[in-house]
Design a binder for this molecule. Structure first.
Ligand SMILES: [Fe+2]
Length: 197
């Protein structure tokens, strides 16, 4: 299991071309929403290519969704990850204070967005309402851009393992985790990469 700093990113020719284009469009689009839309278009094209994610990294883990690092920008302007979701594996409801663009590469993935319904004045407390639920299929691309659309959950309730490719606006070392039943929010433990499992 890799720590955030120790993991060696996976590389494939398709990913190399993708990252070069991300670097170019990051410079071309300083405005964040415009950059996210450009990333979404480029990610959609990537999803149609074969051999983007090394096969060994598309093997699900038995007990949690799998987080593989594909690229970390030297200036931390973005990171690219491949996530693998066995049946019943979901993130908690969370936010990460950075944009994310999610493309479905294999099988089906559910993404649900939430909004805060409290006044955000009580530390550690939060109440939420679901706003949108999507089921993505290969080629589907979704995005979240803070602050208006940042709380979400992602996962797979279908038998076939899902694989998704994510571009985040920076390295995600921890997230805010919401407990809907308890009405609470807390910072998560540090997140790990699973490239070497
Ligand atoms: Fe997320």
């Amino acid at each position: 299991m890799g720590t955030a700093t120790g993991v060696v990113p996976a590389t494939t020719p398709a990913l190399g071309r993708f990252v070069a284009d991300l670097e170019a469009l990051t410079l071309r689009h300083p405005q964040e929403h415009a950059r996210v839309f450009a990333i979404a278009d480029r990610l959609q094209a990537l999803l149609a290519e074969p051999d983007v994610v090394p096969t060994r990294l598309m093997k699900p883990l038995p007990d949690r969704y799998r987080r593989n690092l594909l690229h970390r920008d030297a200036q931390n302007r973005f990171v690219v990850m491949a996530l693998v979701w066995g049946k019943g594996q979901f993130t908690p409801v969370h936010d990460h204070g950075a944009f994310s663009v999610v493309g479905v590469y294999r099988n089906r993935l559910e993404i649900t967005n939430y909004m805060r319904t409290d006044d955000r004045k009580r530390e550690g407390r939060a109440t939420l309402a679901a706003t949108v639920r999507n089921v993505g299929r290969p080629g589907s691309v979704f995005h979240v851009v803070p602050p208006s659309e940042e709380i979400h959950t992602v996962g797979n309730s279908y038998p076939e393992a899902a694989v998704s490719i994510h571009v985040y606006g920076r390295e995600i070392e921890w997230v805010n985790v919401f407990d809907l039943a308890a009405g609470t929010v807390r910072r998560s433990d540090p997140l790990a990469y699973h490239n070497d499992l």
